[in-house]
Design a protein around this ligand. Sequence first.
Ligand code: DGL
Length: 247
Amino acid sequence: MKVGVFDSGIGGLTVVKSLLEHKLFEKIIYFGDTARVPYGIKDKTTIIRYAIEAVEFFKDFDIDLIIVACNSVSAHALDEMREHSTCPVIGVVEAGILATANALEDKNSNILVLGTKATINSKAYELGLKDKEFKNIESKATGLFVPLVEEEIYEGEVLDATLKHYFQNLQKPDAIILGCTHFPLISKTIKNYFGDETILIHSGDAIVEYLENKFEFITKYKNTKLEFFSSENPQALKNIAKKWLDK
Ligand code: DGL
């Protein structure tokens, strides 16, 4: 199995990390659109245009599946990507909704969805969770976390102030959907803020759960080959991959 993983930039490496931990693929071809990141502040038509270009990019690689690691793209452009792709395309939003539904028995649980403006404005998580009969959903665009993570700020004063800025008026949720590629890198700090009882849903782990349920043919591979591509400064992507993935 050869998979293409698409993200707006470097954040999708958090999804690659989960794929590697679970040894799901023989080869992962990662494409980050680093020249045009961030997508999370762009409008739907622009996100769709970029996402279709990513499908074209993967056509040279003879892949079996495209995983959209970017929540903003998964929320807005999955249908259009599927129309243009010759292989299946799956996204982290649907996987995140299913993982949340599997993790929470009580339909009255308080769920907090975090994401970029694009993801939150799409209401993709909210509608999907309502379909699963969850009633108490709060959504919050927390875009400032993205540049903080890119600055490798995973804890400390600046992050604490940002958490307070976004969360001070919220009631304690039972579950938080980390609906953005970057947020798993600050999950410890988010968990500390709300306390241990709050469940965090991570896109990478959700996509692994989704793949293991949907694609029974998946076998485990001892080693996964990795190839990284980006629309700008591929060396910077490789450097960050070294740090985050230990590769
Ligand atoms: N990858 C994006 C997401 O998961 C975050 C970064 C961006 O805004 O492009 O929504």
